[in-house]
Write a protein that binds this ligand. Sequence first.
Ligand code: MOS
Length: 734
Amino acid sequence: MRFDTPAGSNPVDRQKVLGQPVERIEGHLKTTGRATYAYEQHVAAPNAAYGFIVGAGVAKGVIEAMHIEEASACPGVLAVITYANSGSFGPASFIRTTPLAGPEVSHYHQAVAFVVAESFEQARDAASHIHIEYRRQDGRYDLAEQFDSAAVAPPYMLGPSESRINDFDTAFAQAPFQLDETYTTPAESHQMMEPQATLAAWSGDELTCWTSTQGTGVAAGDLAATLGVPREKVRVIAPFVGGGFGSKSFIHADVILAALGARAIGRPVKVAMQRPLIANNTTHRPSTIQRIRLGATADGTITAIGHEALFGNVANGWQESAVVPTRHLYAGANRLTVARMATLDLPEGSTMRAPCEATGMMALEVAMDEMAEKLGMDPVEFRVRNDTQESPEHAGRKFSLRQLEECFREGASRFGWSERKAEPRAVREGRWYIGMGTASAIRGALAFPSSARVRLAPDGLVTVESDMTDIGTGSYTIIAQTAAEMMGVPVEQVAVVLGDSSLPATPGSGGQYGAASSTAGVYAACVKLRELVTERLGLPADAEFVDGTVRTGDQSVPLATAASDGELVVEDFMEYGDLFQTFDQQSFGAHFVKVAVDVDTGEVRVRNTLTVCAAGRILNPITARSQIIGGMTMGVGAALMEELVVDKRYGFFVNHDLASYEVPVHADIQSQEVVFLDEADPYISPLKAKGIGELGISGAAAAVANAIYNATGVRVRHYPVTLDKYLAQLPNVA
Ligand code: MOS
């Protein structure tokens, strides 16, 4: 099925099942411990040996000698894989560093050896008996040091690295109100609950990997390419995934090493990456340095908007282009965006929840707060003044649906924004300064080609199958709801099978496109199944599917009757025309945050947050709310605590475990609220739903930072906003 004209009315508009607050259909499996994750697939692949990854002890250098004899002789050891016996690796689609170093080492904790043993303890013990001699080389580890020399980023998938509309320099120079500030965001770590983990098993020349991935198809493709085996010989299975946030968009060393280990010993091998290895061995969100210049007239109209961002990565790696949201958010006739890239010898940077938007909005939305103050305008009014229905960098290109102003109006009213005092430190409750902050949220909302198979069994059970993943987001549930709505059955009458690369292809979970993409594929397959059902029943094609029956006029036939001679099976896919080019497709939101800051100690407490979202049709208000709360919580982490600290001498992330890389816990935020505007965006897909998985983090950190400024009067432009950066500037109240 092809989606190239705006969606008209269709069966999912009934909203009998879709759009309803259905509890997660797989939830009971998780709460009762029966959901099997990659490392637990001992029924599917019994008798697995255990792998243990040894990470490089230098960031850049050469392995001069490697002594594995002692380790190989340790009790229970079955194999030691190193570059000497691994064979070479083909290039993966996206990740640039190789899964196993040698003789060159390209980043700290890059795998240098993989020990396989009868037990985990034996593998770990043997690993400590591997001795490696390195020749260490100097590397580039400090982004700020590259500031003057970094070139404009090479062409990439995110649009041009540089954009200029009209004459930014003149307009900025002539603007009666000017802001020119530089903001920095640190490297961040995804730190999902389930580490990267894989169980690999060979059967002849066929490889099956149960692994924790966001996309089984992408994983299978990269696995085949890296190992140099035919794609059709590789199967990746991931029925349950304990979080990803972008760290599992692509495969890491665990997958390749488990596969090599299993091949070496002729037996399944499993490995869960050690938590302390994750930060340096896998990927992270790259740090940025961002300069923002805003020029405005006294009435709050932006006349010049400039956003220049520097980020670093390995050569040809992911570009954390923080300027991306600025190209879509505010009006302003004269514009400049520049993305610069430095080559660093740190571990490889990659996508993390709302890549580009999350980092860019941390700077832009503080700049907007600062400019509102200069203008003496309310920060909500300043944003609304510069709202636009036309894509700022593409004259004449409309948004598919943009209700940013409505988000702010609804949010301001619900949050009690009118009680905010523009003057910092104006509100005090006992020993607490109280501050309020706001910020916009924006994130691209696309749907990509996606397919599904749908079965109708003689007993009326509808089964949906695709290679889509549920990484904790609710994919199982919204896919069941989509099929239930289309086939006119209760959600309990739908089974969903996901997470297997041998099933019909989807783009997987990522970029907040998973829900829109995967449900559109299910829609297409269900349209085809409906055609087959009406044909079998001899009913007209426009018959209604409702309450387990197929109806027309006064005729009503049970749906199951269509399969009485045997199961019906259809498969179809959704592909797209150019609506996503005709219209700028984005999800929108407005964040509101209230913080309390201790007048003596500077301790910050996040009292409450409200996020109002305009994101098309909400397929399930429970799972959607959880996504926004999760994103918002990550934004609080980015604002207050998250930072991978770089050792600039030796080139690694120092705080590489959850004891020292802090993330928010329940006690850190007292209450969080989410409101969805009633929307349906007909330009995205027949379901009219946009992505929300990454919207919640976009702008969230800035809203917190702005609230802290409103509470304290101290502006911190370098994330995270930690005590050391503002305590000395708090007024002496003792
Ligand atoms: Mo994402 S950061 O594309 O999972």
